[in-house]
Design a protein around this ligand. Structure first.
Ligand code: ADP
Length: 220
């Protein structure tokens, strides 16, 4: 079989999450090997993805045949069937894949996946739930949190900053957050500078410790 390029990714499980991962990888220019045990799923994805294989990923021999051990990155996107998810991560780990990403449904599921060899465990439902909580209650228009308690949000400019420059508004001193960019309606984002003036209706991209960013977004 032809050698696998370093950029190739194997995605196992083409449910809603795995399908979105595989589709995005293709759009970003990566070669994707997708695996699902269901014939109808494999058929449905056949048009979108170039390599879709119907196989049971809990079977080490099958994975070996597919050359999983040659991939640098594998995403295990099986969620609901915890047994299949765990056995698949184990089999992929035994094949020697250096970078295994796995989707977990619960924290306990995630702990098992770490134990059996997943290097990165993601919780798509929990993560999206937290994001939506931020968006639905506050003035945030978008929210992204990093592992280490640091966040970036898009939010409306607070009333007290309107008509001032960023230097005059002194949001860093007052709220402990940094304005990274400013967007005026119908214009592109510009990088924030001390002399950037804030107008009514402006959107700000603000970064800082999550708690500070949350309090800042609450005052706007
Ligand atoms: P989502 O919630 O993202 O839709 P699911 O857990 O419902 O995720 O979907 C997982 C996908 O993984 C399904 O399409 C299912 O057919 C597939 N799958 C489950 N077990 C195996 C397995 N042992 N081998 C290959 N694919 C599997």
């Amino acid at each position: 079989r032809k050698p696998i390029s370093r950029d190739s990714v194997a995605v196992i499980g083409l449910g809603r999450f795995g399908g979105a991962v595989a589709e995005s990888l293709v759009r970003l220019g990566h070669e994707v090997l997708a695996i699902d045990e269901r014939a109808d799923v494999v058929q449905r994805w056949g048009d979108v993805l170039t390599h879709v294989v119907q196989a049971d990923s809990t079977d080490n021999a099958v994975l070996q045949q597919l050359g999983i051990g040659d991939f640098r990155r594998v995403v295990v996107a099986i969620g609901t069937d915890i047994e299949a998810s765990v056995l698949t991560v184990l089999a992929v780990e035994e094949a020697g894949v250096p970078e295994i990403w796995a989707k977990a449904i619960t924290a306990k599921h995630g702990r098992i996946l770490h134990r059996v060899g997943a290097h990165h465990v993601v919780y798509p439902e929990a993560a999206m739930g937290e994001r939506v909580a931020h968006l639905v209650t506050g003035k945030m228009i978008d929210f992204m949190e990093f592992d280490d308690g640091f966040a970036i949000v898009k939010t409306r400019a607070p009333g007290e900053a309107i008509g001032k420059t960023l230097a005059e508004a002194a949001l860093r001193t007052r709220y402990g957050v940094t304005v990274v960019g400013v967007k005026r309606p119908d214009q592109d984002f510009t990088y924030a500078r001390p002399e950037t003036a804030i107008h009514q209706g402006d959107l700000l991209i603000v970064s800082g410790p999550t708690l500070k960013v949350e309090s800042f977004a609450a005052i706007t």
